[in-house]
Design a protein around this ligand. Structure first.
Ligand code: AMP
Length: 210
């Protein structure tokens, strides 16, 4: 199954991508994680992307489209994949169509802006493996330490309040039009983000397995 997860930053796409990945045994592909890895490795791509990401802006379409194209060619995508954070603009969705990538379902996770700011301020991610936690909703067993790999958990630079405001503005302006784009294809399913992660996960699984 080839899936897209849509939603505002902080709507819980990463967590839901992990849930589907474990249930359906298909890889979750996060362009954000790929870009953060490039920044960590100080590649030319990483250095270019960093200025956009730190300011809450989108990385130019051409760059992320190329990243995705390459990633989808890897063997583990043969039986399906979950796209988490791509596409984020209409030109990116059109590029996916042009690549003749079949999309079976698009799950849009909806969460009100006010809730997102609170969620993002508590988000912590592992510097080493990228696992995501939340100080209130999904704390790691030991504060500051990743359950999965023992790495250090930190707050992302782009989760600081002013950057979050900009990311939400960019989401409404550039990403939200994709809801219309995929409604027209008949592939869109809306999942209302719940207070409890487990409740959202149950709805997401129902949406992809139906
Ligand atoms: P994420 O981890 O998905 O929230 O992505 C973090 C940041 O990476 C975003 O705020 C963008 O700056 C950049 N990014 C990730 N995916 C994309 C994309 N598909 N198009 C443009 N920028 C992206």
């Amino acid at each position: 199954m080839n899936l897209i997860l849509l939603g505002a930053p902080g709507a819980g796409k990463g967590t839901q991508a992990e849930v589907i990945c474990n249930a359906l045994h298909i890889p979750a592909i996060s362009t954000g994680n790929i870009l953060r890895e490039a920044i960590k490795n100080q590649t030319a791509l990483g250095m270019e992307a960093k200025t956009y990401m730190d300011g809450g802006k989108l990385v130019p379409d051409e760059i992320v489209i190329n990243i995705l194209k390459e990633r989808l060619q890897q063997d583990d995508c043969k039986n399906g994949f979950i796209l988490d954070g791509f596409p984020r603009t209409v030109p990116q969705a059109e590029a996916l169509d042009k690549m003749n990538v079949r999309i079976d379902r698009v799950v849009d996770i909806e969460v009100a802006d006010e809730k997102i700011a609170a969620r993002l301020s508590g988000r912590r991610v592992c510097e080493n493996c990228g696992a995501s936690y939340h100080t209130l909703y999904k704390p790691s067993k030991t504060e500051g330490v990743c359950d999965a790999c023992g790495g250090k958990t930190v707050q992302r630079k782009d989760d600081h309040p002013d950057t979050v405001k900009e990311r939400l503005r960019v989401y409404h302006e550039q990403t939200e039009p994709l809801i219309d784009y995929y409604t027209k294809t008949g592939k869109l399913v809306v999942v209302e983000g719940q207070e409890e992660v487990a409740d959202t996960s149950a709805l997401t699984l129902k949406a992809v397995e139906a």
